[in-house]
Ligand binder design. Structure first.
Ligand code: PMP
Length: 362
């Protein structure tokens, strides 16, 4: 069977080598006579995978020793609530940098727990860009400053991050973690749902600076208290063992590709190819995001009319491309080109875009 050109925004393409590897040991994991899904999460076989994924993530992202790495459930969306529950205390305000729908959702949840305000926003520009670092506002009683590193829906991305020694920065990196080198020590907490660059849906990675643990109040429900998961090394309750196994395979694949430096170069090549196609079309395709805020993960663009967009999506589907429809809240088109999307898929999309343009030139 031919695999399709997968540009889904998440869940999204996984490396074919990883899928084949998982398939090869699906029924009989390492001659143990059963699937990894059927092992106890207290078994030594599972423990090896669990610890291995944790160590490899630390190695690839160069996570310093004073950070914990957790594997949680509930998606990035549960982190929208857990963060204020753990760190937004009375007398303090949470500072949210508003760059799109996901940061808006995070803010909405924070307001249910305590006080929060917007220290920077690109709402007035329809979220087509990232706010200017120098224009961000901070308060004296900031509990933390929250940002979304890559805006999956709008196709924008922070190219560099705000830095300020008085502030604890927290970042939702769901849609660009593992795509580039990261200054981990500029953040108190980083979180990401796995279903883009890390693996299948079902596990959420949290990278948390240890000294923040002392700020957590004692009255939280056990499962919503980060200390529970730190103390039990993400094995307080049954973890999503298959998702973590898949994560471990994706991390091994990432390492084999040469780690983040090489991945970043591969991503840059794919991004350049698509944006060059868009910019070279003399306005037939228009990039949605402003040039200096363009995402290397989600390339958003429009065509001259809704009719042409519908036709583009229909013909693309017929040619084996999936996932090119923009998010329902913004419309247009979006090609998500996460780590596992190979250059040849992006080349095929670029060729298709050229052909479509010539066929329907107006
Ligand atoms: N944040 C970002 C940046 C996302 O792209 C998404 C999902 N696409 C979420 C949060 C929500 O993640 P989840 O569905 O895992 O809760």
């Amino acid at each position: 069977m031919e695999r399709r050109y997968n540009f889904n925004a998440g869940p999204s393409a996984l490396p074919q080598d990883v899928l084949s590897h998982a398939q090869s040991e699906l029924l009989n994991y390492q001659q143990q006579g059963m699937s990894i899904m059927e092992f106890s999460h207290r078994s030594k076989e599972y423990q090896r995978i669990h610890d291995g994924a944790n160590e490899l993530l630390r190695e690839l992202l160069e996570i310093p020793d004073d950070y914990e790495v957790l594997f949680l459930q509930g998606g990035a969306s549960l982190q929208f609530s857990m963060i204020p529950m753990n760190f937004l205390h009375q007398g303090y305000m949470a500072n949210y940098l508003l760059t799109g729908s996901w940061s808006q959702k995070a803010l909405t949840e924070a307001k249910k727990i305590g006080e929060a305000y917007i220290g920077g926003s690109s709402k007035e520009a329809d979220f087509k860009r990232i706010p200017d670092l120098n224009a961000l506002k901070y308060g004296e009683n900031d509990a933390y400053v929250h940002l979304t590193s890559n805006n999956t829906i709008h196709g924008t991305q922070w190219k560099s991050f705000p830095q300020r020694k008085e502030s604890t920065f927290i970042a939702d990196m769901s849609s660009d973690i593992l795509s580039r080198s990261l200054p981990i020590d500029q953040f108190g907490l980083i979180y990401a749902g796995a279903q883009k660059n890390l693996g299948p849906a079902g596990v959420t990675v949290v990278i948390l600076k240890k000294d923040l643990l002392s700020e957590i109040p004692d009255n939280l429900p056990t499962m919503l208290d980060y200390r529970t998961h730190v103390d039990k090394k993400s094995l307080y309750n049954t973890p999503p063992s298959f998702a973590i196994y898949m994560l471990s395979l994706v991390l091994e694949w990432t390492k084999k590709k040469g780690g983040l430096k090489e991945i970043e170069k591969m991503n840059a090549e794919k991004t350049k190819l698509l944006y060059t196609t868009i910019d070279g079309s003399k306005g037939f395709y228009s990039g949605t995001a402003e040039a200096d805020s363009r995402s290397s993960m989600n390339v958003t663009f429009t065509l001259p009319s809704k009719e042409l967009e519908d036709l583009f999506l229909k013909e693309a589907e017929e040619e084996g491309f999936v996932g090119l429809k923009g998010h329902r809240s913004v419309g247009g088109c979006r090609a998500s080109i996460y780590n596992a999307v190979p250059l040849n898929s992006v080349q095929a999309l670029s060729d298709f875009m050229h052909t479509f343009h010539h066929k329907h030139n107006i």
